[in-house]
Design a protein around this ligand. Sequence first.
Ligand SMILES: Nc1ncnc2c1ncn2[C@@H]1O[C@H](COP(=O)(O)OP(=O)(O)OP(=O)(O)O)[C@@H](O)[C@H]1O
Ligand SMILES: [Mg+2]
Length: 242
Amino acid sequence: MDGAILELASLSVRFGGLQAVNNISLTVRPREVFGLLGPNGAGKTTLFNMIAGVVTPTSGVVKYKSEEIGWRSVCWRARAGIARTFQITQPFGAITVLENVIVGAMLKESRMSVIRREAEELLDYVGLSAKRDHLADALSTGQRKRLELARALAIKPDLLLMDEVTGGVDQPSIPGLIDLVASLKERGVTIVLVEHNMKVMAKLCDRMLFMNRGEMMVEGTPDHVLNHPNVARLYLGEDEQC
Ligand SMILES: Nc1ncnc2c1ncn2[C@@H]1O[C@H](COP(=O)(O)OP(=O)(O)OP(=O)(O)O)[C@@H](O)[C@H]1O
Ligand SMILES: [Mg+2]
């Protein structure tokens, strides 16, 4: 579709007997923050995995900047500007915080002096400069989320997939992380955001999709989606986190 950075058309994946994602179609436009919402097991992370190339769809199309990329490798997609952060953080624990970001930056840049400077700037941006020479294993969950963000930004992404930025993070660290996402939005980064915290979603997202059991349930503005009776019913018990 013209003007879309990401387009999913009738995307489905089945794991054995489980239809984890069923017939999802959506479009994300440049500079937009698009939210994915839904109960545990709705298929949000699986959708990210199909966009990033980790999981191969059973059927359907993934288009990035108007090109069908379903057959492209994870590495190609990262080089092309699709970056992600993980629900369960996955830093290289035995190397330093700075080296983790350097590894990300090496995908796009070969001059070591440039890579190092950019990595240091990114650590400053995410508020981790003081930890730069620490082993990544020594970081708290909130700090790991910040490191993931720096590592994802190091590839200079055009599309950033963020899976539960505040998930598992101690309460005092959450506002700072949300501010970081908001500042990325202001910088014009296109983001697909998975987050259980509805207040965060309402604040950050331009549009959102509520999924349940792999299916599209409600799509539209945060106001439309978050006030939809089906969303309230299916999310009952989970919005206590707000
Ligand atoms: N590689 C896999 N093999 C088999 N089943 C899988 C695989 N990945 C995910 N699933 C299943 O697919 C369904 C969707 O999982 P997914 O992780 O995408 O949900 P989610 O919306 O991200 O949930 P949560 O909010 O808990 O993170 C779940 O039932 C999950 O157990
Ligand atoms: Mg998930």
